[in-house]
Ligand binder design. Structure first.
Ligand SMILES: O=C(O)CCC(=O)C(=O)O
Length: 273
C-alpha cells in the first residue's frame, strides 16, 4: 500500500496549511507506543523530561520511528524530496483544564525559510471531548503575528504564547484523531486546542520536519537527522543513529542538543552574530 499522499491531499495541505486525518499506526502499534512512553514517565521527573524529547537521539527504536515511511513520505510529499527530522515534542493533556493557546510556531523556532511541517501523531484518542488540535485554515498564507507571553495557568505552552490578533472561533477547524492517526500542519499555521474533558489522557507525539534548505537563524550548532534524500546545504550538523540505547555518547549528544534548543526557543533575539 502506498504511503504517499494523493494530489488532492497535497493540494488541500497547501491551500489550508494542514491535512487531517492520515491513517498511520494500527491501534496495536499506537498502544505499544503508549506503553513505551508511560514506562519512561515512571522515571524520576528530571530524567523523564530529558529522555522523552531526545528519544530519537538516544534510542534506536525512536530513531527508526522518525524514519518510518508512513510518516516521512507524506511529509516529503508536501516539503520536497530532501527532508530533515528536527525535533520530537510531546503534547500530553491530562483530563482537566489544560489547553494550548493560539500560536504560530514559525515566530519563535528560528527556522527559515518556513519549509517546516509538524506531524502530530495521536497515541491516544484525540476526539472532540479530549481537546484535539484546532486550526485557522489558510493562516499559513497570512502574516506572522507578534505573540504575547502570558505564562497563563493551565496553558501547556512553555511561555503561554498567544498570537496578538482576534481569532474568529467560527472560522477554526477542529481535527479529531483516533489513536494511530496523524495530522500535518505548516509551521506558520495558527493553531491551539481546548481542555481535555474526557476521562483519558490526550497524548500527542509531535514530530517536526523541515526541508534541507532550512536554516536555524537564532543560534549556532543546531542539529537534525537526515531522514530522506540528500542534504546539499549542510545547515545542520547531522545526528547519527544511536550505536546503543542510552549509551554515554548518545546521552551526551541529546544533552548538548537540548541546551542548544533551549537557547534558540527561549531567546527572542538572535544570539549568535
Ligand atoms: O497538542 C496541542 O494541542 C498543540 C500542539 C502544538 O502546538 C504543536 O504541535 O505545535
Amino acid at each position: 500500500m502506498s504511503t504517499h499522499l494523493n494530489e488532492s491531499q497535497i493540494a488541500a495541505f497547501h491551500e489550508n496549511g494542514f491535512l487531517s486525518p492520515i491513517q498511520l499506526f494500527s491501534p496495536e502499534e499506537a498502544r505499544q507506543l503508549r506503553t513505551k512512553l508511560e514506562a519512561i514517565e515512571q522515571q524520576p521527573f528530571d530524567h523523564r523530561s530529558k529522555s522523552r524529547f531526545g528519544l530519537p537521539i538516544t534510542n534506536r527504536w525512536a530513531w527508526d520511528l522518525v524514519h518510518d515511511p508512513r510518516i516521512v513520505d507524506p511529509v516529503s510529499d508536501v516539503l520536497g524530496p530532501n527532508v530533515m527530522f528536527w525535533s520530537m515534542d510531546w503534547f500530553i493533556k491530562e483530563p482537566g483544564p489544560e489547553f494550548v493557546s493560539y500560536h504560530q510556531d514559525a515566530t519563535y523556532w528560528g527556522l527559515e525559510p518556513h519549509n517546516v511541517v509538524t506531524a502530530w501523531v495521536a497515541i491516544s484518542d484525540a476526539l472532540p471531548a479530549s481537546g484535539p488540535m484546532k486550526f485557522v485554515p489558510g493562516s499559513h498564507r497570512g502574516p506572522l503575528f507578534e505573540q504575547e507571553d502570558t505564562f497563563g495557568e493551565n496553558n501547556i505552552l512553555s511561555r503561554g504564547q498567544v498570537v496578538k490578533t482576534t481569532i474568529d472561533e467560527t472560522s477554526t477547524i477542529m481535527t479529531p484523531l483516533n489513536a494511530g492517526e496523524m495530522s500535518l500542519h505548516h509551521v506558520r499555521m495558527i493553531h491551539g486546542s481546548d481542555p481535555n474533558n474526557s476521562s483519558d489522557r490526550r497524548i500527542g507525539m509531535v514530530l517536526r520536519y523541515c526541508a534541507t534548505d532550512v536554516k536555524q537563524t537564532k543560534v549556532k550548532g543546531d542539529r537534525a537527522i537526515l531522514v530522506k534524500g540528500k542534504d546539499s546545504y549542510h545547515h545542520f550538523e547531522h545526528i547519527p543513529r544511536p550505536n546503543e540505547d542510552r549509551g554515554e555518547a548518545e546521552l551526551a549528544r541529546a544533552k548538548a542538543l537540548s541546551e542548544t534548543r533551549q537557547r534558540a526557543l527561549h531567546s527572542k533575539d538572535f544570539e549568535d552574530d
